[in-house]
Ligand binder design. Structure first.
Ligand code: FES
Length: 84
């Protein structure tokens, strides 16, 4: 188990697990909001196709479904279209 933060909230996740799955299992249900309407988005395809799982990980916007959990990750919801 390792500690990460999501939007400032400390979470304990299983190291090496798929990040999107681990966040969902930890109760995170909104990974980002759409830039136009602000509608909430969460992982849908879990295979890198839909981009609904975009998060900012240590300053870089990435698909959570294609990332694995590592110790100390600082994860945030991306802001606006410039991050996508
Ligand atoms: S859940 Fe679709 S790209 Fe990650």
């Amino acid at each position: 188990m390792v500690a990460v933060t999501f939007d400032g909230q400390e979470l304990t996740l299983v190291e090496g697990e798929n990040l999107a799955a681990a966040l969902l299992a930890a109760g995170v249900d909104t990974f980002r909001e759409t830039p136009v309407s602000g509608a909430p988005r969460a992982p849908f395809c879990m295979m890198g196709a839909c981009f609904d799982c975009l998060v900012e990980i240590d300053g870089t916007v990435r698909q959570a479904c294609l990332a694995t959990v590592t110790d100390g990750m600082n994860i945030r919801k991306p802001n606006g279209t410039s991050d996508v």
